[in-house]
Unconditional design. Structure first.
Length: 151
């Protein structure tokens, strides 16, 4: 399964990084600055559940997307939803599932209108995580969960 994680911030970086650590086929859709950071320092997760540094994680920028993915894990800020959709839309094929991990509910209507409700999963994550001053992902407590499924 080919997975595209939109963003490599706290949420996307953590869950995408853990999937990559487990050997899954994960690519991060990032902006140029984040691509440079990841290429030089790797994707760093500091966690009570075990630290990991993933050197040179696979990244792509929106203007270079040229194939579809099986799953798009969407973890942007709600105010950035429209730009995020524009950036990952070329990666969505007829069988792509979109798993949004955003606060609120408005994004479901927006995603349904753009991609169809059958493509959009329901998703919920619970984790206390942030980026530190070095742009490392720092998990603040050992609890994390990720739930998803048809709505």
């Amino acid at each position: 399964m080919r997975i595209l994680v939109v963003g490599a911030g706290a949420i996307g970086g953590y869950f995408g990084g853990r999937m990559l650590q487990a050997g899954r086929d994960v690519t991060f859709l990032v902006r140029p600055r984040r691509a440079t950071e990841l290429a030089s320092a790797g994707l760093v997760i500091k966690s009570p559940n075990g630290d990991v540094t993933l050197t040179a994680p696979p990244t792509v920028q929106a203007n270079k997307l040229d194939k579809t993915f099986d799953l798009v894990l969407l973890s942007c800020k709600a105010f950035d939803l429209e730009d995020a959709i524009a950036s990952f839309a070329p990666a969505v094929g007829p069988k792509t599932a979109i798993l949004p991990l955003l606060n609120g509910m408005r994004h479901l209507d927006v995603l349904d209108q753009r991609f169809g409700s059958s493509a959009v999963l329901g998703g919920l994550c619970a984790i206390a995580v942030t980026l530190n001053e070095h742009r490392e992902i720092v998990q603040l407590a050992p609890m994390q969960s990720l739930g998803f499924g048809e709505r």
